[in-house]
Design a protein around this ligand. Structure first.
Ligand code: RB5
Length: 142
């Protein structure tokens, strides 16, 4: 399942992404926020994390203005590997090398078209394992 979370600065892009998934008949869970009214991104990263961790196959897509606040908060949970991606190459490597389970986008700096291509890359790329596995395991022992 895909879990969407955003703050007010990510709301517009989150709605566009949600519409994209809807068109593709892919179900999403939207933990908010649900308007452009100012909110605090840590609350929504936390709500997203709780849902993502309900199933190991879940993937989160979190959006705030820069993506930085969402990344910092999401990664406070040792089971979350959140990657702020601004290019498809970053999305590819975040999956291949880091086994990222949360994609973070910068709502104020990422167009809808760019976001969709980053999302497609993230969702279709598999973790390579091998030498990366031992490093990823160390991430939850920080
Ligand atoms: C909200 O103005 C902004 O600070 C937030 O969306 C995000 O960019 C924080 O990292």
């Amino acid at each position: 399942m895909i879990i969407l979370a955003c703050d007010h600065a990510g709301y517009e892009l989150k709605e566009q992404i949600k519409a994209f998934f809807h068109k593709e008949n892919i179900t999403t869970i939207d933990v908010g926020t649900y308007s452009t009214e100012r909110v605090d991104y840590p609350d929504f990263a936390k709500a997203g994390n709780l849902k993502v961790l309900e199933n190991p196959n879940n993937i989160g897509i979190y959006i705030c203005g820069t993506g930085i606040g969402m990344s910092i908060m999401a990664n406070r949970n040792p089971k979350i590997r959140a990657a702020l991606c601004t290019t498809t190459k970053f999305a590819e490597l975040a999956r291949k090398h880091n086994d990222a389970n949360v994609l973070v986008l910068a709502g104020r700096f990422t167009s809808k078209t760019k976001a969709i291509s980053i999302i497609k890359e993230f969702l279709t790329t598999k973790f390579e394992g091998g030498r990366h596995l031992k490093r990823v395991r160390k991430l939850s022992r920080a």
